[in-house]
Design a protein around this ligand. Structure first.
Ligand SMILES: [Zn+2]
Ligand SMILES: [Zn+2]
Length: 295
């Protein structure tokens, strides 16, 4: 592709350990590897506090220019299984990658990059049998306030609950409720959601955001902790594979599509579209990387 030799590697499962063993195998099998791109889906911060309150919507693409590992355990608004508070700053990418990402952050290159990625996405969506990668619709992109919990707002949803105590007033939410999607619980009422500017546009195209990715073997599921890490560490996305690959290969860039807002709410509608926007941005990125390197 684009005059580059590319190896595609499908991970056997999610998480840092799977990604780390894949990285080790790649490095052993292909000694000339110069760059590893990790693509897939991630969670995002809906408004980036240190980037002029930039709005991020589902299907946008997050690209890492740096990475932090965070290992707080599983995070829910009402339940912190905190293992330790240690955060580890990892080595920044090499100067070649830093230079390219710096260029792609400038308005002119970013606009072109987004246009090219959108073109690749459209071609991908038009492919036979690829209907599942189409935009799921603005009405399904629902953001709740960070403190608004994922709970049983409809009493019928409690019939399958394991504890029968997950009422609106109580603090705790059991696993049975946690695993249900917002529609079934009743938190999916639009009246409770945050109004988004970009969703009001007639033609919604994915934006690309470049910044610090947070990586851990656990899923970020708390709007409050999400916003805290965004504010304090300047994190712009959450994912689960980067920490396994970064540092094990000569260079690594994480390119992921936003499928949720890293809070407790659950909605599986966006995973395929987000994986497609990430794949499209990855193809566009390879082109820029190639022209940057061999010009
Ligand atoms: Zn329950
Ligand atoms: Zn919910």
């Amino acid at each position: 592709m684009g005059g580059q030799n590319i190896i595609l590697c499908h991970l056997p499962g999610m998480g840092v350990t799977n990604a780390a063993s894949a990285a080790e195998n790649l490095r052993r099998s292909y000694t000339q590897i110069r760059l590893v791109l990790i693509t897939g889906i991630c969670g995002a911060i809906p408004y980036l506090p240190n980037h002029g309150h930039e709005e991020v919507i589902l299907g946008d693409v997050i690209i890492s220019d740096s990475l932090i590992k965070y290992d707080f355990g599983r995070k829910y608004p009402d339940k912190f299984e905190r293992k330790n508070g240690k955060e580890e700053i990892i080595e920044p990418p090499n100067s070649e990658i830093r230079g390219l990402l710096g260029k792609l952050k400038t308005r002119r290159f970013k606009d072109n990059f987004e246009r090219e990625a959108a073109g690749v996405l459209q071609a991908l969506q038009a492919g036979k049998g690829n209907e599942c990668y189409r935009y799921p619709g603005a009405k399904n992109d629902i953001l709740f306030p960070a403190a608004y919990p994922h709970k049983a707002y409809q009493l019928e949803s409690l019939t399958n609950c394991t504890c029968f105590k997950c009422t609106i007033a109580s603090d705790k939410v059991c696993d049975g409720i946690r695993k249900k999607d917002c529609g079934a619980l009743g938190c999916g009422e639009r009246t409770m959601s945050v109004q988004r500017e970009r969703l009001a546009q007639s033609n919604i195209l994915p934006s690309i955001h470049i910044g610090k990715m947070a990586s851990a073997d656990t899923v970020m599921k708390s709007g409050k902790d999400r916003d805290e890490l965004a504010r304090e560490e300047d994190v712009i996305g959450f994912e689960m594979e980067g920490a396994g690959v970064w540092g094990r290969v000569p260079a690594c860039v994480i390119i992921k599509g936003v499928c949720d807002y890293a809070d407790s709410h659950k909605n599986k509608k966006w995973q395929r579209y987000a994986s497609a926007t990430a794949a499209a941005a990855t193809m566009a990125f390879v082109k820029y990387w190639g022209s940057n390197t061999y010009r």
